[in-house]
Structures are given as C-alpha cells and as structure tokens.
Write a protein that binds this ligand. Sequence first.
Ligand code: SAM
Length: 383
Amino acid sequence: MGTTDVDVHHTDGGRPLPTIVSAAGFVGEMPGQVKDMVGQVKDVVGGDDPRAVIWEVIRGQWRFSALYAFVELDLARWLSERPMGVSELAGLCALDEGALARLLRTNATLGVVRSVPDGKGGSRYALTEAGRTLDAGDERSMRSVVIPQGAPDFMDAMGALADAVRTGKSPFGAKFGSFYAYLDSHPEARQHFDAHMVTRSRAIAEAVVARYDFAGIGSFADIGGGAGTILATVLHANAELHGVLFELPSVVAGAQAFLAAELVIDRCEVVAGDFFKAVPTADAYLLSNIVHNWADDTAVTILRNVRSAMPDHGRVLLLDMLLPDDDRPHLGKELDMRMLALHQGGRERTEAEYFGLLREADLTVRRVVELPFALSLIEAVPA
Ligand SMILES: C[S@@+](CC[C@H](N)C(=O)[O-])C[C@H]1O[C@@H](n2cnc3c(N)ncnc32)[C@H](O)[C@@H]1O
C-alpha cells in the first residue's frame, strides 16, 4: 500500500493545509505535523521509506502478542465447537468482552478467525483453517509451538538477547541452568516441548525414510530421540531393522509407552543415559536436532562418544539446518537468535562448521542429503 494514494484533509488554526495526494509525494508545503503523519502512514503501510523495514519487524511483535494471547486463552478450543459471538465467548471463558472483541478483531487480520453472519444481523467468529491448528486437539496442532515462544521465562530470555551478545552467555542459562534442566523442573514446559517435538519429528521422520536408504543397516540408534517418533517411523519403513532409543531418564518412560503403542517395542531397546558420558553400540546413529543445542566443545564430546561406541563399519547421520555463508534470509539464522538466548553455547552452523566438528571427532563426511524444512542430513563414517 506504500504508494497507494490517500486523500487526507487537514486544517491548522483555520488555515487549510494541502491535500495529501500520495503517500509517496506532496503537492505544496507541508507543516511538520502533516509530515509526521505522512511518515507514519508510510511507515505503517510500507513503501519505499527505509523505515518500513523496521516497522514490519515491530508489527511482527504486535501480531505475535495477539496470537499468543489467543492461544494462551485457549480460544481455539471453544471456537472449534462452533462459531461464537464475542459476548458468548467472553461469558464462557470469563473474559472482558471489550478487550476480547479487540483481540479477535486483530486475530481476524492474522487469518486465525473470520467473521461470519449470525443470521440475526450480527456476526460471530469462526476458526479459519490456520486457526484450527491452534487447538490442542488438532493433529497438526501449533499450540505447543506458540506457547513456548511467548511464555514469560522464554520471552524474558529473548528480551535479554543484548546481554547474551555482551557476555557471550545465554540469559536463560544464567537464570535456570541448562534448557533441559529447566524442562525437568517445569512439567508444563516439558509437555509443550515434547508435543512440539512429536509434531515436528513426524514430518522429519517421513522425510528421512523417503530420502535415506537404510538397506544394509542392522541396528539403528536414535540418540536423544525424544518420544520415539522418528525411530518408530524408521522401524515401520524398515521391517528388518533393530532400533535403540537413547534418552535422558526423565524421557524414556514416555518413549517406551509410545514405541509400545506403535507396535515396534519388540524390535527396540529403550536406554536411559547421558550422551556426554556414553552411548550404546549400533551400526548407524541418528543425531536429529541435537548438535545445534550445544557449544563446539560439548558437541564434539557427544560425537566422540558416538564414534567410540560405533563399529568400524558404522555411520552417523547428523540432522540439522545448514546455514548459508552469505546474507540470504534463512529460517536457521532466525532460530539461531533463540539458540543464543536459551541454550548456553547452542548455535546453528554452516556446513563447513559441522564438517569441522565431525572431523574433530574422527569422522569423515560421506554425503549430504537435503531434506525439507531447511534441514539436511550429513552422513559421516569413521575417518
Ligand atoms: C531438540 S530435542 C530433539 C529430539 C529428537 N531427536 C527430534 O529431532 O525430534 C533434543 C533431545 O535431546 C535430549 N537430551 C538432552 N540432553 C541429553 C543428554 N545429556 N543425554 C541424552 N539425551 C539428551 C532431550 O531430552 C531432547 O529430547
């Protein structure tokens, strides 16, 4: 809308001011007040003003806050039953009606809800397809992705990013210790994290079995394999494979139950442990979204532990994002800000940086398999 004509008339002490004929240009002299207003119009609507870039980022924060409140109040759960008017929804959820009306109006601009006629001359709000994914009951649910982005402990750490840059230390780590220690003592955060990982892992798992050939592998260990989603998918797709799920003690019970429900537990071992100490022996190892959580020296410790447990014919599959070396926008560069704030030493890396870590653990890269979602699978073997 940056160059869209606007037709705004002003007066200043009875003296007519020039008509603004275009957000991009004026006819006649402009008083400062009008200049400011036009600046705002341009800023907010975009256009060729360089500040439009900054406004876009600021608006992202406002939009996210509206979305987060919608999710925190669990409005998608109520609206998944049927479209509702503001006053009915406010009554059911014990919310302030006026404030709720404003929140829904903004969420309608985000494409989360839309107004539908109520048949009595008024309107109700209905969930859109995107809005439906904010309901915990939806199988593509994004609820557990949104909550940890906006929850106060995480927001505080993101807000203290400048401190991370001053000190090189994660503000979240400085306050709570490691991210995983925090999850161990915050069950609700753990629940959201696990739910997010399950949804995310499902998509990753499908990509891995579609693009990677497991032929010739007898045993396959998923190190830090979370709930077991990737392992179950790989076992379903490869009937001869024996699986090992290696995880923290606090996670293994859930993984055991999940693998049993998936009917693959008789082809699996679930092992509790710490990958900084030792990992079980297997022909192939998956490290999916593991290495990016850790600083170089700790990441190399994990890789060395894998290297010393594997047979000479073994292989490692390292799955993470590979950042481009140039200024191209990339999801991983944005995620890296979260790594900086939340994971002490955690970072997204370039291909050369991952290859360097593998080399330090006496592993040689054999190939890189591109996956969707900006992910790659690096296959490495003993050097
Ligand atoms: C980002 S999640 C990735 C989960 C899974 N690999 C995936 O891609 O969906 C990292 C996992 O590492 C596990 N983890 C963290 N520290 C660990 C440790 N010291 N030993 C074993 N597992 C650990 C966490 O419990 C968590 O499930």
